[in-house]
Design a protein around this ligand. Structure first.
Ligand code: NAD
Length: 506
């Protein structure tokens, strides 16, 4: 096995800010060790331990003797985490650490380490900073211990069994079959290991009032309308959570800066089915243009008049696509099939798309000025928030059909309502809504609608509103389940972090 010891030391939390020479000095005192599953790195109470370890690959579990003599697992340690720091204080080892699988590590003899510290005060200073930072995350361990000792339904693992816990929030009926199948497949793959995965499902969304449900869990799994803001993430980290697994592509519900500061890994499902969303956007455009909902309602009530049902041929029309990523590209291909001319806008245009037939990148203003239909496929970012507002609407072709299957926040709803009232906007197909969090994915049919803007939107005959269902196909749900479990595997079972995670969100 080849590795750069100094670089590995630089990646641990123990030695922040050391220069290359200082890292080389520490690296020169390390040796490589390999432990089989079940072998101990150190034992609680040992007065004569001499070594510290930094994990390279694999993982180790930290156990402490409980009041009844049982061994209580506190946390698992993974790549770049260290073991045996109490040696620095000359204290007995404070926990037993056992390799939970074949694990490789760098070994650092404490006597030799103390000699380097004496010769290089900068290393001692760096170590102090690293330990001070770690003191804060030690609360994590305490919270875990408290949750384990107070939770009556949490079984105490044996010293060889490693249980990874996942809390799934905002879990909905429609995803039960596919997600539970993915979890069952994943657990089956663990059958011949000494590890297991326990999943708790919660219908409630993750927010400050529900975050305690994740106590004792290694990961939370959330969806588009959960609230993973800085306060919630801080509580998750304190409770021992290390991974936030998003069951979706968009990541506007999570404060990524706060997650990074708290060392929380964030992984997503980047593309569950771009076809599902693109096909739904086309469905909205067709349904709106040909007034399908109105027509269907009419014939059901015996009214066969065609008045007001006139649409237009899509063939030969100009369609504007904002955001030409995975979904935007699928949408373009379908519209090419209708014989449309495509105008594209993207902050990062695709060289590939630029070569497609009948497809041209233009400025936003040009797109607005020429497109009969505009479909939004850009992410919600500070720079895209309310990109569809009174000013941009004024630049559009009169009677434009506007389709939004991306994020509600791209559109200023009040400005859209004005545009619809004036006829400047000829129709809107909206699968997403800026304040959908309070409404979507739940049955509110017994409640009074308190959101006036939403209520107004639904009164227009030329507005089609759906409740964030563009992704909802069997294929997409299967992919969400399998990719989410793969993200869990990579982070919690293989110890991958940051860019090592295939679907990391940074
Ligand atoms: P993607 O990352 O593949 O594509 C997004 C594109 O937007 C990229 O090409 C990117 O360069 C572009 N972009 C970034 N900033 C931009 C800006 N300021 N202006 C214009 N373009 C910009 O993502 P995707 O898989 O195609 O998904 C697009 C969006 O669809 C997601 O952000 C998500 O919000 C939404 N979505 C909705 C549903 C649903 O069910 N309604 C499901 C999945 C995704």
């Amino acid at each position: 096995m080849t590795f750069d010891t100094a670089q590995i030391l630089a990646q641990t939390k123990l030695f922040p800010g050391l220069d290359a020479d200082q890292l080389a000095a520490v690296a020169s005192k390390t040796t490589f060790v390999k432990l089989a599953a079940g072998e101990k790195f150190c034992e609680e109470g040992d007065n004569n331990a001499k070594n510290m370890f930094i994990i390279l690959t694999g993982a180790a579990d930290v156990f402490k003797a409980g009041a009844g003599g049982d061994s209580v697992k506190l946390i698992s340690l993974h790549a770049r985490e260290y073991i045996g720091e109490s040696l620095l204080e000359g204290l007995p080892i404070n926990a037993t650490v056992v390799a939970s699988q074949e694990t490789t590590a760098l070994k650092l003899n404490s006597e030799e380490f103390k000699s380097i510290i004496t010769q290089h005060p900068a290393i001692a200073e760096s170590l102090l900073k690293g330990l001070a930072k770690e003191l804060r995350s030690f609360r994590t361990v305490l919270a875990r211990a408290v949750s384990l000792s107070t939770s009556s339904n949490t079984p105490t693992p044996t010293s060889t069994e490693r249980v990874v816990r996942l809390a799934v929030f905002d879990f909905m009926k429609h995803e039960r079959v596919s997600f539970e199948r993915a979890v069952a497949d994943f657990r089956a793959s663990l059958a011949h290991t000494d590890t297991d995965l326990k999943v708790s499902y919660f219908e409630v969304k993750l927010d400050a009032t529900t975050v305690r449900l994740a106590a004792g869990c290694d990961a939370v799994c959330i969806f588009v309308n959960d609230s993973a803001n800085a306060a919630v993430l801080t509580l998750l980290a304190q409770q021992g959570v290390r991974l936030v697994a998003l069951r979706c592509a968009g990541f506007d519900m999570i404060d990524l800066k706060a997650a990074a500061a708290l060392d929380l890994q964030v992984a997503r499902v980047p593309a569950y089915s771009p076809y599902a969303v693109a096909e739904f956007a086309v469905t909205l455009a067709l349904g709106l243009n040909r007034k399908i909902v109105t027509a269907s309602g009419r014939v059901k009530s015996g009214n066969f008049s065609l008045a007001g049902l006139v649409g237009f041929d899509l063939h030969g029309k100009t369609v504007g696509v904002i955001g030409t990523g995975k979904i935007g590209q699928c949408f373009i291909k379908i519209m090419q099939g209708f014989g449309c001319k495509i105008l594209c806008y993207d902050a990062y245009p695709s060289k590939d798309v630029a070569t497609w037939e009948n497809c041209t990148y233009v400025t936003l203003d040009e797109l607005y000025a020429q497109s009969r239909v505009i479909s939004l496929h850009a992410p919600l970012l500070p720079e895209t928030k309310y990109m569809i507002n009174s000013k941009s609407i004024a630049k559009m072709v009169k009677g434009v059909l506007l389709i939004n299957t991306s994020r509600g926040g791209l559109v200023n709803t009040q400005d859209l309502i004005e545009g619809l009232k004036s006829g400047q906007v000829g129709g809107a197909g909206l699968d997403v809504y800026e304040n959908e969090k309070a409404l979507y994915f739940e049955d509110h049919s017994d409640n009074v609608m308190e959101d006036d803007a939403y209520a107004r939107l639904t009164t227009f005959p030329n507005v089609l509103v759906t409740g964030h269902q563009a992704f909802l196909t069997e294929e997409a749900l299967d992919k969400i389940g399998s990719v989410t479990m793969d993200n869990v595997r990579q982070c919690l079972f293989e110890g991958k972090v940051g860019k090592e995670l295939t679907n990391v969100v940074l």
